[in-house]
Design a protein around this ligand. Sequence first.
Ligand code: PEP
Length: 248
Amino acid sequence: MRQTLVVGNWKMHGSRASVAALLGEVVGSLPAGAAETAVCPSYVHLAQALELCEGSAVAVGAQDCSHMQSGAYTGEVSAQMLVDMGCRWVILGHSERRQYHSESDNLVAAKLGAAIEAGLRPIVCVGETREQRESGEEEIVVARQLRGALDGQISLAGLVVAYEPVWAIGTGLTASPEQAQAMHAFIRKCLVDVNGIDADATRVLYGGSVKADNAAELFAQQDIDGALVGGAALKAGDFLAIVGAGHG
Ligand code: PEP
């Protein structure tokens, strides 16, 4: 049985005060026997989050990393630096990185390679736009993104995939549990063809307007193994309810 994983993607939100308040509540009230839990604050709040989560069941990750290991790359943060700080997870290929920073499948693959080499646990995001879904291309797009990121990697043990339909991110629109399940089953089928992956053991998270009141129904689907949560991860009560909807 795959343990549910709930990951909060805080995006570019937060201050020292709000991070302290949010994590104080999350760490202090994490339900027993619930989902495995991680939070991904901005780079500048990582050290504070790591300190606040120390000794708790809440792991900390980053929202991105460089594809390079070190060198003259102004503004970049390497996977090795994140490991050195104590980060366990990294989100890669989020649709906002693809949209606003022109990240290609090749770049996502290079970042994934760097994360794997450094020992970070990667969460690779895939998902189609509304136009792509309306023209019936969603499976083609997702299969291409998966192949583009995963083919040729040295090791994919522990990989997590997040299916995030772009039309459901931050919009309040959620894929129905049936729509999400269908795509998750398709993703698992694609993973069977990737060398070095145990498709049955690989967790596939859903992301896109997951809330306290729809998490349980999503998690009840056979191939939905947790959630990548944006907006609702910024409210302790909502995030804890989503975590509580999963199983340990
Ligand atoms: C996300 O950005 O990963 C996300 C799923 O956002 P939201 O939950 O706000 O839709």
